[in-house]
Write a protein that binds this ligand. Structure first.
Ligand code: FES
Length: 149
């Protein structure tokens, strides 16, 4: 079957199977920034946006994206690069495998939360796991990016 979507401001028609998940479809169409970790909705690596809200693409059927706006990290390069500099400055980039999903969550949080506390930030990020850093460097970078410190 076919679905019509907008991906990073480009209209696309995607051929999908009725039971295919969005992460598979996006990777099949070349959006390789969409990573897969657990594939069960537990790690956040596959986070993208649908209609500007973060979702787990490994747990979202592709057909549910029909008619919607999909954003991957390729679609927010300017903001992503800006935030990545904070990560680098805090030594928090490590292996980078979780970075696309992690960054998509942080950018969504920046748009959504006004004047968040440290606890608000930690709560927002509970769905994004990182095996390298222990979150300390990342949290320092986010607090500076969100202008909490
Ligand atoms: Fe989607 Fe882990 S790969 S949440």
């Amino acid at each position: 079957m076919e679905i019509k979507v907008t991906i990073n401001n480009e209209d696309k028609i995607l051929n999908i199977e009725y039971d295919e998940f969005l992460s598979e479809v996006l990777r099949k169409y070349g959006y390789l920034s969409v990573k897969k970790g657990c594939d069960t909705g537990s790690c956040g690596l596959c986070t993208i946006w649908i209609d500007a809200k973060p979702i787990l693409s490994c747990s979202t059927l592709a057909i549910k994206a029909n008619g919607k706006n999909i954003t991957t990290i390729e679609g927010v390069q300017k903001e992503a690069t800006e935030f990545a500099e904070f990560l680098v400055n805090e030594g928090a980039e490590q292996c980078g495998f979780c970075s696309p999903g992690f960054i998509m969550t942080v950018l969504a949080m920046k748009r959504e939360l006004k004047n968040p506390t440290k606890d608000d930030i930690i709560h927002y990020l509970t769905g994004n796991l990182c095996r390298c850093t222990g979150y300390v460097g990342q949290l320092r970078a986010i607090l500076k990016y969100m202008e909490v410190v």
